[in-house]
Write a protein that binds this ligand. Structure first.
Ligand SMILES: [Zn+2]
Length: 433
């Protein structure tokens, strides 16, 4: 059987020299110095770095691109962003949601991401419209990118009666993961009930759970401990992810250490969203201002899986972003002060292996048998790819090239006299590369 694709002259992490990667039926069939045998297509990576494609574990595709439709978020806070979003949530049709999501899905694909987990608002304001819009876009791009949806009660469950029933309907319609936002409820009792409703819903549909947890500066916000307790009492260990977790930074050290030990015992996974939370959190702080991240170094030292997401693109929460995970990893390094090689490796895992682990992706990696989702980068190694924000030369999904990017930049010399070499020969004043 001929290979479907052989990518030649690949530079790989932790391997000397160049290698070929052969693909059959969408899977990596062989990785070796020189792969012989017939192939239907060949791609010469030309010595460039080849990585597993990036993974986006936390984004809100139903909200992306809404900024031009909203009033300004004058306070810059999470609560004002949630409030001003009601306008679009009330009026949008699924087709409009799908069209906005499609723009960002394409941006994700060209920047090397082939797997996305999107939270989607489910509440009494928008009903199931946001979910239907995102599912429509996901189907449209299913050949290029795998998209999971998280049924997300952005307005709360107890404080927005009717939401629990809508979440059930959303799961019936094909939602993949049960979301949550317990700290948004009016008190601890309601937060606990909120978490219980979500865990029972997850059990009913045999689904994973991925909640927004303690996305606040309030050190009294303790919904992570509630989620851990509910994970254990429902027997859902290893199936629960906690996103954001900003309040953790403000907790007492002893309390934080205990909660993180309990999280490890319950097999919890974490997603931090440094771009958005750097912008939203600490708004009411006088100097020094908090950074909006959980205790990243402590979590990494404890061996907890910490992935890294974009969260928001061009909406009321965050006016920037292009769903580029290499950019997100760079912001993560700055926000969490990750600067030595092992820490930079952790940041790069946060958009690759750890993010795939959060999403429950099977067969992620560059070994034979893994899905052939690859990104070819204009760099020699991943640290350089991160520093340079390297061009994603080709993106490969299940063994097919799905995106390619060419860039040409020319420097135009102004002073002709500087354009001579050491022998006095005139040099072409254009420098192209
Ligand atoms: Zn979020």
């Amino acid at each position: 059987m001929p290979f479907d694709l052989v990518v030649r002259n690949c530079r790989l992490e932790n391997r000397d020299g160049l290698a070929d990667i052969a693909v059959s039926s969408g899977l990596i069939a062989r990785v070796g110095d020189r792969v012989d045998g017939e192939c239907r297509a060949e791609l010469d990576a030309g010595g460039r770095l080849v990585s597993s494609a990036f993974v986006q574990p936390h984004i809100h595709l139903d909200k992306v691109g809404t900024l031009p439709l909203l009033g300004q978020n004058r306070s810059g806070t999470l609560s004002e962003a949630i409030g001003i979003l009601h306008v679009t949530k009330r009026s949008a049709a699924p087709e409009q949601v799908a069209a906005r999501a499609a723009v960002v899905i394409r941006q994700a694909i060209v920047s090397g991401t082939t797997r996305i987990r999107s939270h989607v608002d489910v509440d009494t304001i928008g009903g199931l419209v946001p979910l239907r819009g995102v599912v429509q876009a996901a189907r449209q791009y299913a050949d290029l990118c795998e998209i999971q949806t998280v049924v997300f009660p952005q307005e709360g469950i107890i404080r927005d009666p009717g939401t629990a029933e809508l979440m059930d309907a959303a799961m019936r319609e094909g939602g993949d993961v049960v979301g949550g936002m317990p700290h948004w409820e009016p008190d601890e009792q309601a937060a606990r009930e909120h978490i219980g409703i979500c865990l029972r819903l997850a059990q009913r549909y045999d689904a994973d759970v991925d909640m927004h947890i303690d996305e606040t500066d309030d050190p009294g916000s303790r919904t992570l401990a509630m989620l851990i307790a509910a994970t254990a009492s429902h027997g859902w260990q290893g199936r629960v992810t906690a996103g954001h977790c900003c309040a953790m930074a403000a907790w007492e050290d002893d309390y934080a250490a205990q909660v993180l030990a309990d999280a490890a015992a319950a097999g919890l996974r974490f997603v931090t969203n440094p771009a958005t939370n750097l912008l939203l959190q600490g708004r009411a702080d006088r100097e020094p201002k908090r950074r909006g991240l959980p205790r990243i170094k402590q979590m990494l030292a404890a061996g907890l899986p910490v992935a890294c997401g974009q969260d928001c693109v061009h909406d009321g929460f965050y006016p920037f972003g292009t769903a580029d995970q290499l950019q997100v990893a760079l912001i993560f390094c700055h926000a969490a002060q990750l600067s030595v090689p092992s820490e930079i490796d952790a940041a790069l895992s946060a958009i690759r292996h750890t993010a795939a682990h959060v999403m429950g992706v099977r067969g992620y990696g560059l070994e034979p048998g893994c899905t052939a989702d690859l990104v070819v980068l204009d760099a020699d190694n991943m640290h350089e790819a991160l520093r340079l924000q390297a061009v994603r030369r080709w993106v490969i999904r299940r063994g097919s090239v799905v995106a390619s990017t060419h860039t040409t930049t020319t420097i135009h010399r102004i002073h002709r006299e500087t354009s001579r070499d050491h022998l006095g020969n005139e040099i072409d004043p254009r420098i192209t590369g």
